[in-house]
Design a protein around this ligand. Structure first.
Ligand code: MG
Ligand code: FE
Length: 171
């Protein structure tokens, strides 16, 4: 790379990428929630985190708005950011609930890494107002990752139980 970027440029890019990431999070969680039938504890977790994610998007909009960065570029970015890494669906899998849980855990950890890095950039470019908002989002991602991990034994036991019965076990 021959061109240089200021910490502030990198911060703005990071905010836009985080915005796209959160849109992707919604596009992963919302279809899962619609399909779920037999795992009310997972449904509740997803419902709560969808609401949190909407709040995270509002926070990023607030921060970007405060930097007076154009929102049209933002829109473009979030629309083009599809089909990557964790945007996998497992609706053809006989163990859909398990594969989705693994992928959701991976996605939350991706978000944890993204916010941890973004917070460091915010610190380095003196964006102190943004820090508190970004830390709230990071905290929500950590809690969600932990909840998913904590839920895995019970979800797996339920999957085994349902698989042994005539009930549908995968969703
Ligand atoms: Mg998020
Ligand atoms: Fe998240």
């Amino acid at each position: 790379m021959t061109s240089t970027s200021s910490a502030r440029d990198i911060f703005v890019d990071g905010l836009r990428n985080a915005h796209a990431m959160e849109k992707q999070a919604l596009s992963i969680m919302e279809p899962q929630l619609k399909r779920l039938q037999h795992y009310p504890e997972v449904s509740a977790m997803l419902e709560q985190h969808i609401r949190e994610t909407e709040g995270q998007i509002d926070r990023l909009d607030t921060i970007l708005g405060g930097l007076a960065e154009g929102s049209s570029t933002l829109k473009d970015m979030s629309l083009s950011f599809t089909g990557t890494m964790a945007a996998v669906t497992h609706s053809m899998a006989s163990d859909e609930i398990l594969k989705n849980s693994f992928a959701n855990h991976a996605f939350e950890n991706f978000e944890i890494a993204a916010y941890t890095s973004l917070i460091t950039v915010a610190e380095e470019c003196g964006a102190t107002d943004a820090l508190q908002l970004l830390r709230l989002s990071l905290d929500e991602e950590r809690k969600m990752a932990e909840s998913i991990e904590d839920s895995l034994p019970a979800v797996t036991r339920k999957f085994l139980q349902l698989s042994a019965s005539s009930e549908r076990a995968d969703i």
